[in-house]
Write a protein that binds this ligand. Structure first.
Ligand code: NAP
Ligand code: GDD
Length: 330
C-alpha cells in the first residue's frame, strides 16, 4: 500500500497525543481525519494543532464519543485504513467528581467506536489508548503485559473496560485491534492540570515574578514518565505489525513527583524549599503510589524505545512555558 492510500481517523485529535500523532502521520503521507466534538470555542480547541502548524492539514469531522450515530457517519466519510481511539476524559482526579461521564466517554465511548468499526470498516486497524493506571495498586514491582490489573479510580475502571473490550473484539470478530498500555507521557502540549505541566508552568511563573508558590499534593508518588512524541510512534508501530497484539510502552525508570519538581526548579535556578507548598486539596481519594513499566516486548517486537530523558523533557517544557508566559505578559 502506498502512503497516499493510507488514511487515519483519530479521536481525541485536539488533545496532546492526538496532535503529535496527527503530525507523525501527516509526515508519513497519510490523509488524517479527526473527530471534533462540539465545543463553544474552536480557537482554544485547535490550539495544539495550531502550535504544531498542522491545523489546516487535518480534516475534522463532527462527532462525539457518546453518540454512536456520529461515529458511524464520521467513519463512512473518512473510510480510514487505521483508527486511533485517543478520546477520553483523561484526568484521573476529575473521574471521582464525574464518574458517570468518565464511564460514558472513556469506557462506553470505546465500545461505540468498536461497534462503528465493526459495522462500517471491519478491515481497518484499530488502536485503543490504554493506560498504566489500570495497574493501580501494583501487583508486581515492574509492570508488563502479563501483570494483573487493579484499577484505583473511576478513570482506570473505565479504561480497563475499554481495554478488555478491545481484546474481546479481536478475539470475537477478528478485528485487528491493539491495546497500547502507555505509561505517563508528557510534553509542552500537556494539559495544565497534569502534574508535570503544572510544575513547569508554575516554576516559570515564579521565575517571572507572576507567582510566589507552587501548591502540590502527594509528591511521594512515583511515575514512569516519557515524552509524548516518542509514544505516538509506538502507537503507529503497533498497527504496522503482521498480527494485532497489546504492548506496554514505558521508559523503565520511575521518579518521584518531588524529584521531577527538583529538575524544573534547578532549570530555573530557584530553590525548591522556598516555593513548594503541600496542599491536601490535591490529594486523591485513592492513590496510585508507584508505576514502573517494562517495555521489553515493545523493544523486541516493535523495535521501539524511549529516546527522551525526563531531565531533557522537563527542561523543554519549562523553556516552552517561560517563552509563552513572557509573550503573554509582554
Ligand atoms: P488529552 O490531552 O486529555 O486529550 C483527550 C482528547 O479527548 C481531547 O481531544 C478531547 O477533546 C477528547 N474528548 C474528550 N471527551 C470527548 C468526547 N465526549 N467526544 C470526543 N472527544 C472527546 O489526553 P492525552 O494525554 O492526549 O491522552 C490521549 C489518550 O491516551 C487518552 O485516552 C488518555 O486517557 C490516554 N492515555 C494518556 C496517557 C498520558 O500520559 N498522556 C497515558 C496513558 C493513556 P476536547 O479537548 O475537545 O475536550
Ligand atoms: N495533577 C496533579 N496535580 N497531580 C499531582 C499533584 C497536583 O497538584 N500533586 C501530586 N500529584 C501526583 C498525583 O497524585 C499522581 O500520583 C501523580 O502526581 C501524577 O498525576 P497526573 O500528572 O495527574 O497523572 P496521572 O498519573 O494521575 O494520570 C496520567 O497518566 C496516566 C497514565 O499512567 C493521565 O495522563 C492519565 O490519563 C493516564 O492514563
Amino acid at each position: 500500500m502506498t502512503s497516499v492510500d493510507r488514511s487515519a481517523f483519530i479521536t481525541g485529535i485536539t488533545g496532546q497525543d492526538g496532535a503529535y500523532l496527527a503530525q507523525l502521520l501527516l509526515a508519513k503521507g497519510y490523509k488524517v481525519y479527526g473527530l471534533s466534538p462540539r465545543r463553544s470555542n474552536s480557537d482554544i480547541n485547535l490550539a495544539r494543532l495550531e502550535w504544531l502548524g498542522i491545523a489546516r492539514d487535518v480534516e475534522l469531522l463532527d462527532g462525539d464519543m457518546t453518540d454512536l450515530s456520529s461515529l458511524i457517519r464520521a467513519l463512512q466519510t473518512a473510510n480510514p485504513t487505521e483508527v486511533y481511539n485517543l478520546a477520553a476524559q483523561s484526568f484521573v482526579k476529575t473521574s471521582w467528581d464525574q464518574p458517570l461521564l468518565t464511564g460514558q466517554v472513556t469506557g462506553l465511548g470505546a465500545a461505540n467506536l468498536l461497534e462503528a468499526v465493526r459495522l462500517i470498516k471491519p478491515d481497518a486497524r484499530f488502536y485503543q489508548a490504554s493506560t498504566s493506571e489500570m495497574y493501580g495498586l501494583i501487583q508486581e514491582p515492574m509492570q508488563s503485559e502479563t501483570t494483573p490489573f487493579y484499577p484505583r479510580s473511576p478513570y482506570a475502571v473505565a479504561k480497563l473496560y475499554a481495554h478488555w473490550l478491545t481484546v474481546n473484539y479481536r478475539e470475537s470478530f477478528g478485528l485487528f485491534a491493539c491495546s497500547g498500555i502507555l505509561f505517563n507521557h508528557e510534553s509542552p502540549l500537556r494539559g495544565l492540570e497534569f502534574v508535570t505541566r503544572k510544575v513547569t508552568d508554575g516554576v516559570a511563573r515564579i521565575k517571572l515574578g507572576l507567582a510566589k508558590e507552587l501548591r502540590l499534593g502527594n509528591i511521594d508518588a512515583k511515575r514512569d514518565w516519557g515524552h509524548a512524541r516518542d509514544y505516538v510512534e509506538a502507537m503507529w508501530l503497533m498497527l504496522q505489525q503482521e498480527t494485532a497484539d497489546d504492548f506496554v510502552i514505558a521508559t523503565g525508570r520511575t521518579t518521584t513527583v518531588r524529584d521531577m519538581c527538583k529538575i524544573a526548579f534547578e532549570a530555573a535556578g530557584l530553590a525548591i524549599d522556598e516555593h513548594l507548598v503541600i496542599d491536601p486539596a490535591f490529594f486523591r481519594p485513592a492513590e496510585v503510589e508507584v508505576l514502573l513499566g517494562n517495555p521489553s516486548k515493545a523493544h523486541q517486537k516493535l523495535g521501539w524505545e524511549a529516546t527522551t530523558s525526563l531531565e531533557t523533557m522537563i527542561r523543554e517544557m519549562y523553556e516552552a512555558d517561560l517563552a509563552r508566559l513572557r509573550q503573554l505578559n509582554h
